[in-house]
Design a binder for this molecule. Structure first.
Ligand code: ARG
Ligand code: ZN
Length: 878
C-alpha cells in the first residue's frame, strides 16, 4: 500500500541484472500461521551487465528476516539494509553463497500472491511478482536458476507435498511431521516456482511421448472432487499429443501435475511441472458443468500445458514482453480447440470475445500496445490486449508465412532460444529469418495501441470489367500515442458472382487468374487501391474473411448485400458477420424507434436459416444470436443504456412471435434425452435448441415457458438446466423464485454450481436485481475473500448486466466503488480488475458520466490505495 504516488516502470529503462542466480536450495517449514523459509542462493556477477555500484539488491516484501549469511558467515545489521521493497547488501564478492531465513504468514495472505491458504491447503501463485513474498530474491524473469525444494509439514494435515520437477526424497520426521524433496533440473525464472501442501487425492494416468518416454500424469483435488476430473485428464492428453504433432514439442519431465485450488485470482498458472488451477477450470461432471465450462476446461488445460515450451523453456526477458508467452500460447490454444472441435465456431467465439473486451479496451483510457511501454502494476496488464490481440498478432504472422514457413519459423524459435529469456522482437526475427520476409513495418502491431479502422470504397467499370477496392486505414489516438503510422494489414477477400459462387480473382498485373476463393491483399499504406480485372458484372465483395486482422471495418454494404452474403458466402465467418451487422442495424433502428417495422426479408432470412437442415447447428446458433447489449453500446456515439435494452427485448419478442412455429419445431427436434457428451454436434444441438427456447420465452409464449419448466426439472445436464433456469428467472414471478430455491437446495454443497446460482441472479434484467445482489452478499456462501464468488456475483452484475449496472440513478456505480474500496486492502488485483467496469465513463451521457467520475474520484481520494487500484483509477480520470 502506498502513501506516495506509485511510480511507473518503463521498457526503455531495462538493464540486464547485475547478478545472476544459478541454483536455489529452498527449505519450507510449512504452517498456515507461520512458515519458515530457508534459502540458499548461488550468486555471481553477470558478465553481461553494465557495472553499477556493486551493491546487490534483492526483492522482498512482507518478510520477517531471521538470519542472513554470506558464504556461511552471518552478517551483522550494518552489512545490509532492509527496506519496504527488499534488501540491499553492500560490497559483496563476485561469486558467493547467500543464505537467508525468513518467516511468512500464509493464513493472513488475502492478496493470494506468494504463499497463501486456500481452505485447508497451502498453495502459491508467483506470477508476476509473488516470489518476493516468499523469500529474498532477484524476482525478475531474466534470472533463471535450477531449484531444489524441501517441504516439511505435519503429515496428518498435509499428507501431500508438491513442488516443481521430480520427487527425489520422502521420509517421516519426528513429531508427526514429514518431508518431501523435489528437484527441477530445468533453469526457470522465479515466477514459475510453485508448492502445494494439502490433504489431496489424485486421479492418475500416463502418457507416452513421441520419442517413447512415459510421463506420469496426476490431477490433484480434494477427495470429494475425484469424480470431476475425467474431462480435464482427457483434455490434457489431447493437448500433449497435439503439441507433438502440430509444433513438434514434447514434454520434458517424468511427471506432470495439475492441482485444483478454490481461491485463485486468475484462470490458472503454468508453473514448471506443477500447474495450479482455479478449480473452475478443472472440475466438471455433466450434471455440474455446462458446455461452456467443458470448453473452458479443455482450452485452459491446453493453454497451461502449452506454456511448458512457450513461456517456461523459453521465457520473457521482462514483463513488457508478456505477450511473447501469452499471445503465442493463446494462439496455440485457439488452434488446438479449432482442431479438436469445430474450427468455424471457434473462430466466431474468439472474435466475439475480442470485440467484447479488447476493442473497448483499445478505445478507452487503459489502451496500451501488445508490448506496453510502461506500467505501474504489472498485474494490471494481464489484459485482453496482451492475450487476445497478442494472439491475433501471432495469427497474422502465421497467415502471412503460410503453414510450412510458420512451422519452420517456430522450430527455429524453439531451437535458437531454448533456455533463454527473450523479447517479442526475437520472436519476429525468427519469423523473418525462416521466411526471408521483412516484418519491420509489421512490428508496429506490438508497438502501437489502438484498433485500425478500415473504410473501403468500391468502383466497377462495366466496359473494362475492372473492379477496384480502395482501402483506407486510420488508427485513432490512444493515451501517449497521438499519431499513428500505418499498419501492415492482411486483408482476405473474395468476390461473389450473382449466383452466390466465388469468382476467380485476377489482380491487375497477374498473368493468370487464381482459382475461385480467397485472396490476401496486403495493405501497408494509409490508402491503397486494389484492382481486379476480367469481371463481367459488379461482384459482391466478401471482405476480411475469417477476420484476418484485429481491425474495425466501417462497412457500407447494403442490407441486400448483407442478406446475400449471409445466404451464400463460402466463408462461414463472414456469413456470421453479415448476420451480425444486419442485426446490429435492426437493433440500432429499434433504439431510435421501438415501434419501427422490421423488414419482411429479415424474418424470411432468419426463418430460412433456421429451417436449413443441412447447416452446422453450432454455427447456426451463432448466426442467430444477436450482438450483445454491451457491443451495441460500443457502436453508438453515446451509449443509450435503456434504449438498447428495450431494442433487444423488442427484437427477441418479435422474432419469437413471428417465427413461433419454426422455433418450436427446432426446439422439439433438438431436445434429445441421450446421455451427455461434450461433442461438437451435441454442443451445437443444445445451443440451437436453447436459443430457440429463448426467443419463444421473450415472446412470453406459454408453451415455451412450460417447456422451460419441464426442461429445468427433467434435464440431467447443467447446460440445459441453466438455460431453463435463466429463462424462468428472467420471466419472473413465482416460477422463477421456486426454481432458484430448488436449484440452491440441490447444489448448495458445490461452490462452483452456487456460482452459477449467483450469476444468474446478478445478470437478470429484472428491476430489483441490485437489491438482490446486495442481499446475496450477505448469504452464507458468499465471501469477498474468494475471487470466484466475487466474480460470479459482483463481476457479473457490473460487466454483464448493462441495463442494471448503468441505471441512471448511479446506485450501481456507488455499489461498485464501495466494493472496490472494500477489496482494495484485501485483494488489490481483484479490486483493480473490478474497477475496470467503470473506466469507459466517457462513452455515456452527461448524467452517468458525472456519477461514474465522482465514484472514481472518491476511490482515488481514499487512504492507502494499492498500486493496482491507483493505476486504474488515475488512468481512468487522466
Ligand atoms: N500465466 C497465467 C496464464 O495466463 C496467468 C497468470 C496471471 N497472474 C497474474 N498475476 N495476473 O496462464
Ligand atoms: Zn498464459
Amino acid at each position: 500500500m502506498y502513501r506516495d504516488t506509485p511510480h511507473a516502470i518503463h521498457l526503455k529503462d531495462y538493464r540486464p541484472p547485475e547478478f545472476l542466480i544459478d541454483a536455489v536450495d529452498l527449505r519450507f517449514d510449512l504452517d498456515p500461521e507461520r512458515t519458515t523459509v530457508e534459502a540458499k542462493l548461488a550468486l555471481r556477477r553477470n558478465p553481461a551487465a553494465t557495472r553499477g555500484d556493486g551493491d546487490l539488491r534483492l526483492h522482498g516484501e512482507q518478510l520477517d528476516l531471521e538470519r542472513i549469511a554470506v558464504n556461511g558467515h552471518p552478517l551483522t545489521p550494518s552489512e545490509y539494509e532492509v527496506h519496504q521493497e527488499g534488501l540491499t547488501l553492500h560490497r559483496v564478492p563476485d561469486q558467493f553463497g547467500l543464505e537467508t531465513r525468513v518467516r511468512i504468514h500464509p493464513s493472513l495472505n488475502t492478496a493470494l500472491e506468494g504463499l497463501y491458504q486456500s481452505g485447508e491447503m497451502l498453495c502459491t501463485q508467483c506470477e508476476a511478482e509473488g516470489f518476493r513474498r516468499i523469500t529474498y530474491f532477484l524476482d525478475r524473469p531474466d534470472v533463471m536458476a535450477t531449484y531444489s525444494t524441501t517441504l516439511v509439514a505435519d503429515k496428518r494435515r498435509f499428507p501431500v507435498l508438491l513442488s516443481n520437477g521430480n520427487p527425489v526424497e520422502s521420509r517421516d520426521l519426528d513429531g508427526g511431521r514429514h518431508l518431501m524433496r523435489w528437484e527441477d533440473p530445468f533453469p526457470k525464472p522465479s515466477y514459475l516456482f510453485a508448492l502445494i501442501a494439502g490433504d489431496l487425492k489424485a486421479v492418475e494416468d500416463s502418457f507416452s511421448t513421441a520419442s517413447g518416454r512415459e510421463v506420469a500424469l496426476k490431477i490433484y483435488v480434494e477427495p470429494h472432487n475425484l469424480d470431476k476430473c475425467d474431462h480435464a485428464m482427457r483434455s490434457l492428453k489431447k493437448a500433449m499429443r497435439w503439441d507433438e504433432e502440430r509444433f513438434g514439442r514434447e514434454y520434458d519431465l517424468d511427471i506432470f501435475m495439475i492441482v485444483a485450488v478454490s481461491h485463485f485470482n486468475m484462470g490458472a498458472m503454468e508453473n514448471k511441472g506443477l500447474n495450479v488451477f482455479n478449480d473452475k477450470f478443472v472440475l466438471a461432471r455433466p450434471d455440474t458443468a455446462t458446455d461452456v465450462d467443458f470448453d473452458g476446461i479443455e482450452s485452459v488445460i491446453a493453454h497451461e500445458y502449452f506454456h511448458n515450451w512457450t513461456g517456461n523453456r523459453i521465457t520473457c526477458r521482462d514483463w513488457f514482453q508478456l505477450s511473447l508467452k501469452e499471445g503465442f500460447t493463446v494462439y496455440r490454444d485457439q488452434e488446438f480447440s479449432a482442431d479438436v472441435g469445430s474450427r468455424g465456431v471457434k473462430r466466431i467465439g474468439d472474435v466475439r470475445l475480442l470485440r467484447a473486451h479488447q476493442l473497448p479496451e483499445d478505445e478507452g483510457p487503459l489502451a496500451h500496445p501488445v508490448r506496453p511501454d510502461s506500467y505501474i502494476e504489472i498485474n494490471n496488464f494481464y489484459t485482453a490486449t496482451v492475450y487476445q490481440k497478442g494472439a491475433e498478432v501471432v495469427r497474422m504472422q502465421a497467415n502471412l508465412l503460410g503453414p510450412e514457413l510458420f512451422r519452420k519459423a517456430t522450430d527455429l524459435y524453439f531451437e535458437r532460444h531454448d533456455g533463454q529469456a527473450v523479447t517479442t522482437d526475437d520472436f519476429v526475427r525468427c519469423m523473418e529469418d525462416a521466411s526471408g520476409r521483412d516484418l519491420e513495418q509489421f512490428r508496429l502491431w506490438y508497438q502501437q495501441a489502438g484498433t485500425p479502422e478500415l473504410s473501403v470504397q468500391e468502383a466497377f467499370d462495366a466496359d473494362s470489367g475492372r473492379y477496384s477496392l480502395s482501402v483506407r486505414q486510420h488508427t485513432p489516438p490512444t493515451p501517449g500515442q497521438p499519431l499513428k503510422e500505418p499498419f501492415h494489414i492482411p486483408i482476405a477477400v473474395g468476390l461473389l458472382g450473382q449466383d452466390g459462387e466465388d469468382l476467380p480473382l485476377q489482380l491487375e498485373g497477374d498473368t493468370t487468374p487464381s482459382a475461385p476463393g480467397t485472396r490476401v491483399l496486403e495493405l501497408t499504406n494509409s490508402e491503397q487501391s486494389f484492382t481486379f480485372v476480367g469481371l463481367e458484372a459488379k461482384p459482391v465483395p466478401s471482405l476480411l474473411r475469417g477476420f484476418p486482422a484485429p481491425v474495425k471495418l466501417k462497412t457500407e454494404a447494403s442490407d441486400d448485400d448483407l442478406l446475400f452474403l449471409m445466404a451464400h458466402d463460402s466463408d462461414g465467418f463472414n456469413r456470421w458477420d453479415a448476420a451480425q451487422t444486419l442485426m446490429q442495424r435492426l437493433l440500432l433502428a429499434l433504439v431510435d424507434d421501438a415501434e419501427a417495422e422490421l423488414p419482411e426479408r429479415f424474418f424470411a432470412a432468419f426463418e430460412q436459416a433456421l429451417m436449413d437442415a443441412q447447416s452446422d447447428k453450432a454455427l447456426l446458433a451463432e448466426v442467430l444470436t444477436p450482438p450483445s447489449e454491451g457491443y451495441l453500446g460500443d457502436q453508438m456515439a453515446v451509449v443509450d443504456v435503456d434504449g438498447i435494452h428495450r431494442a433487444h427485448s423488442v427484437l427477441g419478442r418479435r422474432v419469437g412471435e413471428r417465427l413461433r412455429d419454426a422455433l418450436l419445431e427446432v426446439y422439439r427436434a433438438n431436445d434429445g434425452s441421450e446421455p451427455y457428451a461434450f461433442m461438437p454436434d451435441d454442443v451445437g444441438r443444445r445451443a440451437l435448441k436453447n436459443l430457440a427456447l429463448g426467443y419463444l420465452a421473450k415472446a412470453g409464449d406459454a408453451e415455451a415457458l412450460a417447456a422451460a419448466q419441464a426442461q429445468f426439472e427433467a434435464a440431467r445436464n447443467m447446460t440445459d438446466v441453466m438455460a431453463a433456469l435463466r429463462l424462468l428467472v428472467d420471466h419472473g414471478g413465482e416460477a422463477g423464485t421456486r426454481a432458484l430455491d430448488h436449484f440452491y437446495g440441490r447444489w448448495s454443497g458445490e461452490p462452483l454450481v452456487v456460482d452459477k446460482w449467483l450469476s444468474v441472479q446478478a445478470t437478470s434484467p429484472r428491476e430489483d436485481t441490485l437489491e438482490r445482489v446486495i442481499a446475496l452478499m450477505g448469504h452464507a456462501d458468499f465471501s469477498l475473500r474468494n475471487p470466484n464468488r466475487v466474480r460470479s456475483l459482483i463481476g457479473a452484475f457490473c460487466n454483464a448486466n448493462q441495463v442494471r449496472f448503468h441505471a441512471s440513478d448511479g446506485r450501481g456505480y456507488r455499489f461498485l466503488a464501495d466494493r472496490v474500496l472494500e477489496l482494495n486492502p484485501l485483494n488489490p488485483q481483484i479490486a483493480a480488475r473490478l474497477l475496470k467496469a467503470m473506466v469507459r465513463w466517457r462513452r455515456f451521457d452527461a448524467g452517468r458520466q458525472a456519477l461514474m467520475r465522482a465514484e472514481i474520484a472518491r476511490i482515488l481520494d481514499a487512504e492507502a490505495l494499492s498500486a493496482d487500484v491507483y493505476e486504474v483509477a488515475s488512468k481512468a480520470l487522466g
